[in-house]
Design a protein. Structure first.
Length: 580
């Protein structure tokens, strides 16, 4: 019995030990899992916290760009030409945007688009979308009144041009992202543009934005820019130019008004033009500032420079007689003609006054090609003016070593050379100063503006006298005369180059300055392809100069420098000498 009892106890031992082993195993596994969870928690909290934060931020944090306030552009008197006005943008997190069909239709109507286009815009976006940018605060208020969950607004700025078409081709415009695309807006993009800031937005699970919790980087305002333009003179120039282009049925026209002593650009007008505040139907040709980027042959407006170079080199004097009888001059196989035959020889002064091609060519051939080229190049021909304006043209002046004799002769009266209107106007500063070429500037200058000496002061003084004679009876520029002021200048009429020759289309021009006793303004006028019957610069461009110059001088309060005996008398148009 004892042995049996013992035997029975031995059989029961494994059954009694099994539950305890199982319990130890289970508790060991649970303990290991708990340790892993605690370890993972510590790791995620301290070892890989960046991952968790980035994942959270990816779901609930957004950085919204705040555009920088673009600097203003103003004229020399502080009148605004380009400003940034506050408008609204509408944005949403697409995953949180809750909008039904009725709201979609109402929203699309307010945003002036179809429901299908708006739906496609939302569906094509990622997790963030701008539904509209640059809308008025009034429209934005109506949109928010729809109470669409997940749709928000923010303040931004849109460029506005108070002067409209008056300054469009010089100021240019910006795109939807406030980046300069044309004109000064493009040329001075770095100065005008501000630096964008960042607004960090945290959204809750309902898609509602909670602001001012995270850090905010404030935007930086762009710098203001003051131009040399005088908006009063710009309006005057644009008005007179438009009237002339329409009257003469011309293709287009340009006017440049410079400060005769500093070279500052006080007005720069082109017509046709466009309204930068409404660019839906403009063409590229209307966007060009032609006075800066288009070139043309200057014709007789270049003759004063030939005379000035010859005077400066001592080859002639104002009273030196030039052989022009017959109005023809033959060089090799080429014959140069005057518009009319002179019965007497002309002095240098009369050659410019009556615009003789033959007399000018004879003066040019007294010079070496190098002397003539150097004189024209020093006056700014063939080189950029250097305003920094996009696509500014430099004109064309062939190197002297490439000139043939006949080319030297034709260049002397403005054929075979090309210029911009600004380049031509700037060149006339050598006559309004003591022979210095002043730098033409789009921006308001401070202090004394130094120029580059080109001709002697005595030569400049003689040329002022010669150019004044050009607008007196017997001169081509008689219609450029202005009541109460002594003026000086030169007409130009040139055929337009076409297919290796010259067409029957003309460019009419006039460049002059006033008052002669103390030059204040240089005004250059160019009318392209007048087709109403008259095409000479004396009839087409000179009157535009007179209208602008007279009104501008009175506007600026310039005192009269005309004596009673110099009073203007009526003149028959047949008495005006024409130039070729």
């Amino acid at each position: 019995m004892i042995g049996g009892a013992i035997s029975s106890r031995k059989k029961e031992t494994p059954m009694l030990m099994l539950p305890s082993v199982r319990a130890i195993f289970i508790f060991s596994v649970l303990g290991l899992l708990y340790a892993l969870l605690v370890g993972k928690a510590f790791y995620l909290q301290w070892g890989d916290s960046d991952f968790l934060q980035s994942q959270g931020a990816a779901r609930y944090v957004r950085d919204i760009e705040i555009p920088g306030y673009r600097g203003r552009i103003v004229d020399r008197m502080g009148e605004p030409l380009a400003i940034s006005t506050p408008v609204k943008s509408l944005w949403a997190f697409t995953g949180k945007l809750e909008i039904d069909e009725r709201q979609l239709k109402d929203l699309a109507e307010l945003l002036n688009m179809s429901s299908s286009v708006l739906r496609d815009k939302i569906n094509a976006a990622g997790d963030f979308v701008y539904l509209a940018q640059g809308i008025s605060p009034e429209i934005a208020e109506k949109v928010l009144a729809l109470r669409i969950p997940g749709l928000y607004d923010e303040n931004i700025y849109r460029r506005f041009y108070p002067a409209g078409e008056l300054t469009s081709q010089i100021i240019g415009f910006t795109d939807g992202k406030d980046q300069g695309q044309e004109g000064i807006e493009l040329a001075r993009q770095n100065l005008l543009s501000g630096k964008s800031g960042i607004r960090r937005v945290i959204i809750n699970r309902k898609g509602q934005a909670v602001e001012d919790i995270a850090a905010v980087v404030a935007p930086q305002q762009g710098r203001d820019l003051t131009l040399a333009l005088d908006l009063r003179l710009q309006y005057l120039s644009q008005t007179e130019l438009k009237a002339a282009v329409i009257k003469h049925k011309a293709k287009m026209g340009s006017v440049v008004v410079l400060d005769a002593q500093t070279g500052e650009i006080l007005a720069l007008a082109n017509y046709p033009t466009y309204n930068p505040n409404n660019r839906s139907q403009i063409t590229p040709s209307r966007m060009k500032s032609r006075a800066l980027v288009d070139t043309f042959e200057p014709g007789s407006t270049l003759k004063p420079f030939t005379a000035a170079i010859a005077l400066n080199h001592g080859k002639v004097k104002p009273n030196t007689v030039m052989n022009v009888i017959g109005g023809k001059m033959t060089i090799g196989n080429w014959t140069i003609h005057d518009a009319h035959q002179e019965s007497n020889n002309l002095t240098v002064e009369q050659v410019v006054q009556r615009s003789s091609n033959v007399g000018t060519a004879r003066m040019a051939l007294m010079l070496t090609p190098g002397q003539m080229w150097q004189g024209l190049s020093a006056a700014g021909f063939g080189v950029p003016v250097g305003t920094g304006f996009p696509a500014e043209a430099s004109g064309r002046l062939k190197p002297a070593k490439a000139w043939k004799t006949v080319e030297q002769a034709t260049i002397s009266y403005g054929h075979g050379v090309s210029v911009t209107l600004l380049q031509l106007a700037q060149a006339y500063t050598i006559f309004t100063t003591d022979g210095e070429l002043k730098p033409a500037s789009l921006y308001k200058s401070e202090g004394i503006i130094y120029g580059k000496p080109v001709i002697a002061p005595e030569t400049a003084k003689m040329m002022r006298g010669i150019l004044e004679k050009s607008v007196q009876p017997g001169g081509t520029g008689f219609l450029a005369r202005v009541p109460d002021y002594r003026v000086a200048g030169k007409t130009g009429t040139a055929r337009k180059p076409e297919k290796g020759g010259y067409s029957r289309k003309y460019v009419s021009s006039f460049v002059g300055f006033a008052p002669v006793t103390s030059p204040r303004l240089i005004v250059a006028v160019m009318i392209d392809e007048p087709s109403a019957g008259k095409y000479y610069g004396s009839h087409v461009a000179a009157p535009v100069f007179a209208n602008i110059t007279g009104k501008a001088l009175r506007m600026l309060g310039m005192p009269s420098d005309r004596n009673i005996e110099q009073e203007i008398f009526p003149v028959d148009s047949e008495e005006i000498v024409e130039e070729t």
